[in-house]
Design a binder for this molecule. Structure first.
Ligand code: TYD
Length: 341
């Protein structure tokens, strides 16, 4: 079985590479990643040392480079995870999101379709549905109503993928997952940013009043869901994947939990100017994945958060190296005027 994983040096992609190497050891993986600021080959170095994984640095929107990748191997399965994924960066500038997420996805679809790929799993996000009030959950048929440029670019790519099924009967599957957490997450996202800032005794910039709700899923539960979708999902279908009900939590509460786990004072939290059009709440109904694929998240948020806090405490070298250079200019641009010091 030959598998192409785009974005395999990023957060979810690198965890998927480790997961496949552990649970599908016979699969041959090719990882394609452009290694932009968020991609890091260190994330998968142990797997790359073995015989089952090779790496190609390429831009998924570059059809000449990607056509070389597709002509070097006949892939049975594609997991497409390469994407620009940070809402705050998309607010600062959206064009990279359109190029990678929309054009990049279409480039892959064209090449995969002409090279007889058997399954194409497009990894998307619950953010394409927009924002929920305090009640209710998104189902797969909820109309798309994205708020941020990031979510809009993912919604556009979802529609191109689904159109490829409707028009050409190309065997695509789309997953829409809630907020992931775990090792190797770039420290611009809420949990790794807050954990690493707390470890450095820096302020935790909590947007608005901190009552926005996110549904948290451990990245390994997500990876298991992706394998089930690839192996058992129905072509042309969308599957929501998400955390357990108990992991639908207000940001403020999550910030306090992680400070407790690190034995740091609550005073590190600083309420800062809100993100524009900040979605109030995300939560998905995963009963379709449960019914059709027998999938459910297995890692409780309590257990997963402890393990994740431990990982960031023990892997300071990994995130300290990242929190330099380009990161510092991003941090200054996004938080400079928001934070008191
Ligand atoms: P994030 O990790 O950016 O994911 P998303 O917005 O895609 O869900 O943010 C998660 C939540 O945390 C979201 O409600 C915004 C909030 N947040 C903060 O309060 N402060 C921050 O510095 C960041 C990055 C996020």
């Amino acid at each position: 079985m030959n598998v192409l994983i785009t974005g395999g040096a990023g957060f979810i992609g690198s965890n998927l590479v480790h997961y496949i190497s552990q649970f599908r050891p016979n699969w041959n993986m090719t990882v394609v990643d452009l290694l932009t600021y968020a991609g890091n080959l260190q994330n998968i170095s142990s797997v790359l040392e073995g015989p089952k994984c090779k790496f190609v640095r390429a831009d998924i929107a570059d059809s000449a480079a990607m056509s070389k990748v597709f002509s070097s191997t006949r892939f049975d399965l594609v997991f497409h995870l390469a994407a620009e994924s940070h809402v705050d960066r998309s607010i600062m500038g959206a064009s990279a999101f359109v190029r990678t997420n929309v054009l990049g996805t279409q480039t892959l679809l064209d090449l995969a379709r002409s090279s007889d790929v058997q399954r194409f799993v497009h990894v998307s996000t619950d953010e394409v549905y927009g924002s929920l009030g305090r009640e209710g959950r998104f189902v797969e048929t909820t109309p798309l109503d994205p708020t941020s440029p990031y979510a809009a670019s993912k919604a556009a790519s979802d529609l191109m993928v689904l159109a490829c099924y409707k028009t050409h009967r190309f065997p695509v599957l789309v997953t829409r997952c809630t907020n992931n957490y775990g090792p190797y997450q770039f420290p611009e996202k809420f949990l790794p940013l807050f954990i690493s800032n707390a470890l450095e005794d820096k302020k935790l910039p909590l947007y608005g009043d901190g009552t926005n709700v996110r549904s948290w899923i451990h990245v390994n539960d997500h990876c298991e869901g992706l394998l089930r979708v690839a192996e058992k999902g129905r072509e042309g279908e969308v599957y929501n994947l998400g955390g357990e009900e108990a992991a639908e939590l207000e940001n403020r509460y999550v910030a306090e939990l992680l400070l407790q786990a690190l034995k740091k004072p609550k005073e590190l939290i600083e309420f800062v100017k809100d993100r524009p059009a900040h979605d109030l709440r995300y939560a998905v109904d995963c009963s379709k994945a449960q019914r059709e694929l027998g999938w459910m998240p297995a890692i409780s948020f309590e257990e997963g958060l402890q393990e994740t806090v431990k990982w960031y405490s023990e892997n300071r070298v990994w995130w300290e190296a990242i929190k330099s250079g380009e990161y510092l200019s991003y941090y200054q641009e996004n938080y400079g005027e928001r934070l008191s010091s």
